[in-house]
Design a protein around this ligand. Structure first.
Ligand SMILES: Cc1cc2nc3c(=O)[nH]c(=O)nc-3n(C[C@H](O)[C@H](O)[C@H](O)COP(=O)(O)OP(=O)(O)OC[C@H]3O[C@@H](n4cnc5c(N)ncnc54)[C@H](O)[C@@H]3O)c2cc1C
Length: 467
């Protein structure tokens, strides 16, 4: 039987010197960005090739050593933090293997950041449409493993809809060469979907073939003040009807969120004079230039006449559009900068149930906490609301803190009553692991356990996460 130091020496010899993360660099890998989770690990490796990843995983499989894969460390549910496992960072797998504009596909390795992947597509006059606030840091392997959503889902789908093929190192160390670039392949179970959204529990993604789209030739970004959440739902339906489904984003933000962002970032303000309970940030894109702005103006006028909006503006240029997006992109950093304790719910319900969800959840919050601050925002076009409750401003957080689990559960009960999901896009990780068992049926849990057991019978891949 080998001792732990023997294993560390043997594993270290399976990568080159650049693949050994030095002691003075370890903290950034072992600290979640909000410092909500601190990890611990006997060894942090950053292998440089898929073959090196395979050799390391094979050794771990042989010796029952747990592994936590890590991408950009931007995950929000703690899945990327090791708790005694070795950490494998994919940051050195950075090759762009192929870009095929004719097949509208590109193959990139797992450590390429999302922003870099978008840039590679743009250079080929194509669009890789996945876009999230963390895109400068999160990596392709991470977005695939969390099935990231983001701001363009209404038009292009989640990450799951954007992956054609995968290469992955399976828990026994074998490499699965699944980098197909096909849009049709009905040859039995579609195995890539097991790894997408698996949060590193079924294998390590090392490369992916991703779908590309034509670059839009005209974009229009609008910001509107709305009287009610129901008006937001109706406005989205109206604008989609008027444009024939040209919306790429439809983000909902409450006045409380705008206030919080403006307090934390003094240069970010609503461009409208009117104050309203809700705001919508909408983006539309068209393949041919010329007519989009006019269609959006007509749609917003019709919405105004129907009482669906109080005021609205359309960005005149890219700089103005970017300023509008900064309000939305800084929601998570603004929340993180507030010192109060928080309940954070990343939920989805069918779009037409959003007003009911917001009303019932607000009632639940009022029943649980006297001065909790409700901050609701999110990708409304996908039925996805980030419903957060911050503890009372400046006051002692202990009472709020003690009631946090009960409050979260009560909000999730509202979600369940509307047939929704308690994790729309951030995943389960360690944060929602206990609740998953309560919310999934025994049949669903048994199916997920059976898949885990079949692919990773020794349970070495990201133990303690998801299941
Ligand atoms: C400001 C901000 C905004 C965000 N906005 C959104 C949003 O709009 N939509 C959204 O969906 N998410 C969002 N997120 C969450 C986060 O960015 C995503 O979950 C992202 O996909 C994680 O990618 P990552 O490379 O940082 O992965 P990590 O955080 O490193 O890892 C996440 C999970 O994937 C696993 N993993 C990572 N790489 C691999 C791999 N190569 N193979 C197997 N498993 C792997 C890890 O073990 C972990 O379980 C946001 C986060 C921040 C900080």
């Amino acid at each position: 039987m080998q001792s732990a130091p023997d294993h560390i020496a043997a594993l270290s010899s399976l990568t080159d010197v650049k693949g050994l993360i030095r002691d003075d660099d370890k903290a950034s890998y072992l600290t979640e960005w909000r410092k909500r989770w601190l990890g611990e690990s006997p060894l942090l490796l950053a292998p440089g090739t898929t073959q090196e990843v395979a050799r390391i995983v094979s050794y771990c499989h042989q010796h029952d050593i747990g592994i936590t894969p890590q991408g950009g460390n931007t995950g929000l549910v703690g899945g990327q933090m090791p708790h005694g496992e070795i950490l494998i960072s994919l940051k050195r797998l950075r090759q762009i293997r192929e870009v095929s504009p004719l097949n509208n596909a590109m193959t990139v390795e797992a450590g390429v950041t999302l922003a870099e992947a978008q840039g590679v597509a743009k250079e080929a006059d194509r669009l890789f449409p996945l876009s999230i606030g963390a895109e400068g840091t999160c990596q392709i392997g991470g977005v695939i493993s969390t099935n990231a959503g983001g701001v363009n889902v209404i038009r292009y789908g989640n990450t799951r809809d954007l992956v054609l093929g995968l290469e992955a190192v399976m828990p026994n160390g074998e490499i699965w060469h699944g980098l197909k670039a096909l849009r049709k392949d009905n040859t039995g179970y579609d195995l890539k979907h097991l790894l997408i959204g698996a949060e590193g529990t079924l294998g390590i993604v090392t490369a992916a073939t991703l779908k590309l789209f034509p670059q839009p030739r005209e974009m229009a970004t609008a910001f509107a003040a709305l009287p009610t959440a129901q008006a937001a739902v109706d406005l989205m339906a109206l604008m989609q009807d008027r444009t024939g489904g040209l919306a790429t984003s439809f983000e909902l933000m409450s006045q409380q969120l705008i206030n919080l962002v403006s307090t934390q970032f003094a240069n970010l303000k609503s461009p409208l004079n009117s104050r309203a309970p809700w705001y919508a940030l909408m983006e539309f894109s068209a393949g041919t230039p010329g007519g989009l702005r006019g269609i959006i103006e007509d749609g917003l006028s019709a919405a105004f006449e129907r009482g669906l909006l109080l005021d609205a503006t359309i960005a005149e240029n890219e700089t103005q559009a970017e300023q509008l997006w900064q309000l939305r992109h800084n929601a998570a950093p603004a929340m993180a900068s507030d010192p109060a304790s928080a309940v954070k719910c990343d939920i989805s319900v069918p779009i037409h149930h959003i007003p009911t969800f917001l009303q019932r959840a607000d009632e639940v919050v009022k029943a649980h906490t006297e001065h909790g601050r409700i901050i609701a925002f999110g990708h409304m076009g996908d039925g996805n609301i980030h419903y957060d409750v911050l503890g009372p401003e400046g006051a002692d957080q202990s009472t709020f803190e003690a009631g946090r689990p009960a409050l979260q559960r009560a909000i999730h009960d509202v979600v369940a009553s509307l047939d929704g999901s308690i994790s729309a896009e951030h995943g389960i990780g360690v944060l929602k692991r206990d609740e998953l068992k309560m919310r999934k049926s025994p049949t669903e849990m048994a199916m997920m356990q059976a898949i885990k057991q079949a692919l990773d019978p020794k349970g070495i891949m990201n133990p303690g996460k998801l299941l």
